[in-house]
Design a protein around this ligand. Structure first.
Ligand SMILES: [Zn+2]
Length: 315
C-alpha cells in the first residue's frame, strides 16, 4: 500500500484520465472495416499536424477538439490513424497533414498537447495524445532501421512496414523516470535545469538506459544529477509524454545520503526543501509554483500534502 494518500492531492495527472475510448486494435488490419468506418456518417475526424490540433471553446465553458464527419475530410490521405470507438459506437480517426485546416470560427485555435492537455476533457485529451504520439513516431521512422529503405504506413497508423525487406516496425515508447526524493527529515530534493527560467524548480528525471531496471535508473539519475544516493523507491503513477515518445514513470524515492553535488550540465542547482521552506519560497516568489500537465506537479503535491498554489494566484 502506498504511503502517499492520493486523496491529499487535488491535482489530476495530465493525459491519464480514462478516455472512454476503446482502441479496438483488432480492426487495425481490417481494410474493409476501416473503409466502412471512415465513410460512416457518425465517424469523427480531427487533423493533427506538427503536434498540434485545433481546439475550440464549448458553450458550457469547456474546450474540445475540432472534429468533422469523415466525409468532410479528404479521403485520399494516407496518413489516417484509427484511434478507436466510444460507448455509442462512434469511430474516431486522426488525419495527419502538413498543416492544420483553416479556422472554422473565431474561437477555434491551434494548440499543442501541453496546452490542450490541460483544457480538453478526458475523451479528447486521450484521442489527442494517441494521435500526437503516432505522428511523432511516424515522422521519425520513415526509413527501415534494418535495411535503410523507405517504410510505409500500415495498420491504420500503428505499424510501419518496409517495402524492401518486409520488416514491421511498431510505435516505440521510451521509458523515463521522474522522482521526488526525500531525506531523513522528509525534505524534498528539487532541482533547476540549466535552461529553465529563474525560479523554476522541479523533480529530477531522466531516461532509462539499456539493461537497467527502473529502480536502478532512479538511483543512477539522482546520483548523476545531484550526487545523492537513494535506497527505497516507490512507484506512484505513469504518464504518456509524447515529446516525442516517452512514458514517464513517477516515483517517490528515499535518499540515503544528503550532500548535494549537482552535475552542472543538466542540473544547475538543487536544494532540499522542507514544506515550510517551499511555502515561504512560493510566497516570496523565489520559487515558481509548478504548472502544466507534467506528473512532476502531482509528485510534489503528494509530498506537500495540500494543493500547491496555482501560477499567478495570490498566496
Ligand atoms: Zn527494411
Amino acid at each position: 500500500m502506498s504511503t502517499f494518500d492520493n486523496a491529499t492531492a487535488d491535482r489530476p495527472i495530465g493525459l491519464t484520465a480514462p478516455s472512454g475510448i476503446d482502441r479496438a486494435a483488432h480492426h487495425r488490419l481490417d481494410e474493409a472495416w476501416l473503409a466502412a468506418a471512415w465513410s460512416h456518417p457518425t465517424t469523427r475526424v480531427f487533423v493533427v499536424s506538427g503536434g498540434q490540433a485545433l481546439i475550440d471553446d464549448t458553450p458550457d465553458g469547456g474546450t474540445e477538439l475540432v472534429m468533422t464527419p469523415a466525409f468532410e475530410a479528404p479521403v485520399t490521405e494516407t496518413h489516417r490513424y484509427f484511434l478507436g470507438t466510444d460507448e455509442n459506437g462512434v469511430r474516431y480517426f486522426a488525419l495527419q497533414k502538413d498543416s492544420l485546416p483553416g479556422r472554422m470560427d473565431q474561437s477555434a485555435r491551434p494548440a499543442g498537447l501541453r496546452e490542450a492537455g490541460m483544457l480538453l476533457g478526458p475523451r479528447d485529451a486521450g484521442l489527442m495524445v494517441h494521435a500526437v504520439a503516432l505522428e511523432n513516431w511516424q515522422r521519425l521512422h520513415r526509413f527501415c532501421s534494418r535495411c535503410g529503405e523507405r517504410t510505409v504506413i500500415a495498420a491504420a497508423g500503428h505499424i510501419r512496414r518496409c517495402q524492401a525487406c518486409g520488416a514491421e516496425h511498431y510505435p516505440r515508447t521510451d521509458p523515463a523516470v521522474i522522482m521526488l526524493v526525500t531525506d531523513d527529515q522528509d525534505r524534498a530534493l528539487l532541482g533547476r535545469q540549466v535552461h529553465w527560467p529563474e525560479g523554476r524548480f522541479s523533480t529530477l528525471a531522466g531516461f532509462v538506459e539499456p539493461g537497467e531496471s527502473i529502480e536502478q535508473s532512479v538511483a543512477r539519475e539522482v546520483f548523476e544529477e545531484a550526487g545523492v544516493t537513494v535506497g527505497e523507491v516507490e512507484y506512484i503513477a505513469s504518464q504518456p509524454w509524447p515529446f516525442p515518445s516517452s512514458l514517464m514513470l513517477g516515483f517517490m524515492a528515499r535518499a540515503t545520503s544528503f550532500e548535494i553535488n549537482v552535475d552542472g550540465e543538466e542540473i544547475e542547482e538543487a536544494r532540499w526543501f522542507s514544506r515550510e521552506d517551499l511555502t515561504a519560497a512560493f510566497d516570496s516568489g523565489e520559487v515558481l509554483p509548478p504548472f502544466g500537465i507534467s506528473i512532476a506537479a502531482r509528485l510534489i503535491e503528494l509530498w506537500y500534502g495540500k494543493p500547491l498554489p496555482r501560477p499567478g494566484s495570490a498566496t
